[in-house]
Design a protein around this ligand. Structure first.
Ligand code: BGC
Length: 724
């Protein structure tokens, strides 16, 4: 269907049919899904009638080829104009083959695998009847109290942008008509990750410059990659809820960035304008959201109830509604639904490819690359063949390793750490004390743990948050491990045995009670369907860990937010000098996080040589070449992520102490050296000035290279322009 035919179709529609296209509901409302009696309840609750449902444009949260086909067929039988229904769902890190949570994927720094994971998620979703995923979530995150940091790739705008692009490419491929791909919906626009105090759904208030510099780039990157949809966020932006924020949606998103795809509200976010206090009732909420440019209303009926009237009284121009409807129909057309409303949905193929071995192998690979070795004193890890190991703790034999946003994933299909280790270790070398909850450990369990620990050469403590402790609606003020687990660590410490801790969790934790006590710590996050096996292989030395944190681990929650690309302040603290009062510091804690952005150890050791510059002056025409020689001085082959950061020494506005500009991943055999070869160009020096222009300035720059944002080698170069 071409542009003209779509316009004709819009013209043929009644106003009621048009606004119904802008309504999104869950499957519970649809004929063909369940018996009609089950539908009556939700209809009454929302106050909508069957005609609206029959004409509504999209559905969320359903997957399964048979169910989708049944609903689509019934829907089309009742559709006057034969417009197919769009099926959307939250496929955030896999459909049934669950990949590590996005924060873990972030730690892989591996764009190819990230893309591959999205491609597989798309393939499994498409065959199960899904057309659109509500992903990628690219909210920049600096506050680990917020439960949804698990959905983001971290605190860095550059890295988040690269991941945003990789995910969009993976989901969408080159052509939305490809029945093995699905449309992506970048979310949550905008700045949802900056909720005050890390409290879910809380206020966001920041300067526009700050928003453009740090928070907006990843959404823009997703759109530059062709992302088909955008979802609004729940928070306010400069006092106006995002879902009713005309400046944000029409101003930045549509007019400035030229986005002409579908913009959907988050769940009930249009009606929530009332609770926010920027709408008196559903009618005003509908008015504001439509004016702001939101096309689809998710799960509340403000549009269907009030847009017709708002048009009749002249408050909303019908043209605005036509445009929104056109965008929805256009997306259906792009996905090929008019030609084939069942698209990729195929119950037979669904059984063949969903959770197939090939997909699980990619999940394994990504899990293996996402784990971050946080500490490894005396090379306690990897475990040695001859060692007797006591595996203890709530995650010793737990299937709860998929993480939030994995509704279609089957926990029981994920091998536990205990079973994966057991399958690889010699008979009799592994003793497991499991069955604990994350928050409570009984006296008998503790006694059993002690008994096993005493018989072992080394203790592996598998600890963490349960998966419901992160994700949406799971903000915490205390981000330590639950008290019972800290006590378990203390008890185990008394045995005098070496302790390796494996952490399963969805956010950077405050590691009090664990970090100093453990000899080794492996951050496994929620590693997904194959996570148990991947972690076991790392513990046994069959895989060398290579993940690097993309979110800082604070020393305590009192430091939060703590992130690497911070400002210096006028009175920076010199860590070498303590006891100075009038410097920017805490009297009870260092300023630096416990574990900085970019940090992650390996079973190998890597040494860095001073970077070699092609010149100490750079111009817009002649970029700099910076080469860093890195040698694997350890005994294992390993991968090192060499990071390059830049500081603009003097800006028109204050510039961060350092910003990640590039990185290179080197795979090195023992004794082997490699060169990380970087090009630094003018575009990398640009930033938002006080008038919001995005340009670079001539002057001095510091350049840092290293294995993380803390342990760097630094040099200087000058950027010269013909005016400087
Ligand atoms: C979340 C979104 C999600 C939507 C639909 C909301 O509560 O904030 O991220 O896509 O629900 O499930």
């Amino acid at each position: 269907m071409n542009h003209e035919s779509l316009l004709e179709l819009v013209n043929e529609m009644t106003l009621e049919e048009k606004v119904a296209q802008l309504q999104q509901l869950t499957a519970a409302f649809y004929r063909g899904a369940q018996t009609d009696s089950a539908i009556t309840g939700p209809l009454e609750e929302l106050g909508i009638d069957q005609n609206t449902v029959d004409a509504s444009g999209s559905i969320l949260g359903l997957s399964g080829a048979e169910a989708v086909i049944a609903i689509q067929k019934t829907y089309l039988e009742n559709s006057r104009l034969g417009i197919p229904l769009l099926f959307m769902a939250d496929i955030v890190h896999g459909l049934k083959t669950i990949f590590p949570i996005p924060l873990a994927i972030g730690a892989s720094w591996d764009m190819e695998l990230a893309e591959k994971s999205a491609e597989i998620a798309a393939k499994e979703s498409a065959v199960s009847g899904i057309h659109v995923t509500f992903a990628p979530m690219v909210d920049l995150v600096r506050d680990p109290r917020w439960g949804r940091v698990m959905e983001s790739t971290g605190e860095d705008p550059h890295l988040n942008s690269l991941f945003a692009k990789a995910f969009v490419r993976g989901f969408q491929g080159d052509d939305l008509k490809d029945p093995e791909r699905i449309a992506a919906c970048v979310k949550h626009f905008a700045a949802y990750g900056a909720a005050e105090g890390g409290r879910e759904y809380n206020t966001v208030d920041m300067s526009e410059r700050q928003m453009r510099e740090y928070y907006l780039p990843a959404y823009k990157a997703a759109l530059d990659e062709g992302c088909a949809m955008v979802m609004t966020s729940f928070n306010t932006v400069d006092g106006i809820p995002a879902s009713g924020n005309e400046k944000l949606m029409r101003g930045i998103l549509r007019d400035e960035w030229g986005f002409d795809g579908v913009l959907i509200s988050d769940w009930a976010a249009i009606r929530e304008l009332i609770a926010h206090g920027t709408a008196e009732d559903d009618k005003e909420a509908a008015y504001r959201a439509m004016r702001a440019g939101v096309d689809i209303e998710m799960m509340t009926p403000c549009y269907v109830h009030h847009l017709p009237e708002l048009v009749q009284i002249g408050a909303i121009d019908e043209k605005m509604i036509d445009e929104a409807v056109y965008r929805v129909l256009h997306l259906k057309e792009q996905l090929g639904l008019f030609e084939n409303p069942l698209r990729g949905a195929d119950p037979v193929r669904e059984k063949e490819i969903v959770f197939c071995e090939e997909h699980r192998n990619v999940s394994y690979e990504l899990a293996a690359k996402s784990c971050v070795l946080l500490k490894n004193e005396d090379q306690v890890l990897p475990l040695k063949n001859e060692q007797k190991v006591a595996l203890i703790g709530p995650y010793a034999d737990s299937h709860d390793i998929l993480g939030w946003w994995s509704a279609e994933g089957v926990k029981e299909d994920a091998a536990t750490l205990g079973s994966a280790l057991g399958a690889k270790m010699e008979q009799g070398k592994l003793m497991t004390s499991a069955g604990f909850s994350t928050k409570h450990i009984s006296a008998e369990q503790l006694a059993h743990a002690r008994e096993l620990a005493n018989q072992a050469d080394v203790i592996v403590l598998a600890l963490g948050e349960d998966s419901a402790m992160s994700g949406e609606g799971a903000s915490r003020t205390n981000i330590q491990l639950p008290e019972a687990q800290i006590q378990l660590v203390q008890e185990m410490k008394k045995t005098g045995k070496k302790i390796a801790v494996v952490l399963f969790n969805g956010r950077p934790l405050d590691l009090h009670g664990v970090y100093d006590e453990a000899d080794a710590i492996l951050e496994a996050w929620f590693p997904g369907s194959e996570g148990g096996r991947a972690v076991a292989d790392i513990l046994l030395g069959q895989v060398n860990p290579s993940g690097k944190l993309t979110m800082s681990f604070p020393r305590s929650v009192g430091q939060v937010p703590v992130y690497y690309n911070r400002f210096n302040t006028g009175r920076p603290m010199d860590p070498a000098k303590t006891g100075e009062r009038y410097v920017s510091h805490y009297i009870d804690s260092p300023n630096e996080p416990l574990l900085p952005f970019g940090f992650g150890l390996s079973y190998s050791a890597f040494s860095y040589e001073e970077p070699i510059f092609s010149s100490l002056e750079m111009t817009a025409e002649e970029p700099l070449r910076v080469q860093v020689k890195v040698t694997n001085t350890g005994e294992h082959a390993g991968t090192e992520t060499v990071q390059l950061y830049i500081r603009d020494i003097s800006g028109e506005v204050v510039r961060p102490l350092m910003e990640l500009k590039d990185y290179a991943r080197l795979h090195l055999q023992p004794g082997e050296s490699g060169i990380a070869d970087f090009t630094v160009d003018e575009a990398q020096l640009r930033y938002h000035h006080s008038d919001l222009t995005y340009t670079s300035d001539p002057g001095r720059f510091q350049l840092f290279v290293g294995p993380n944002s803390r342990d760097t080698l630094s040099s200087e170069f000058t950027f010269v322009t013909s005016f400087s």
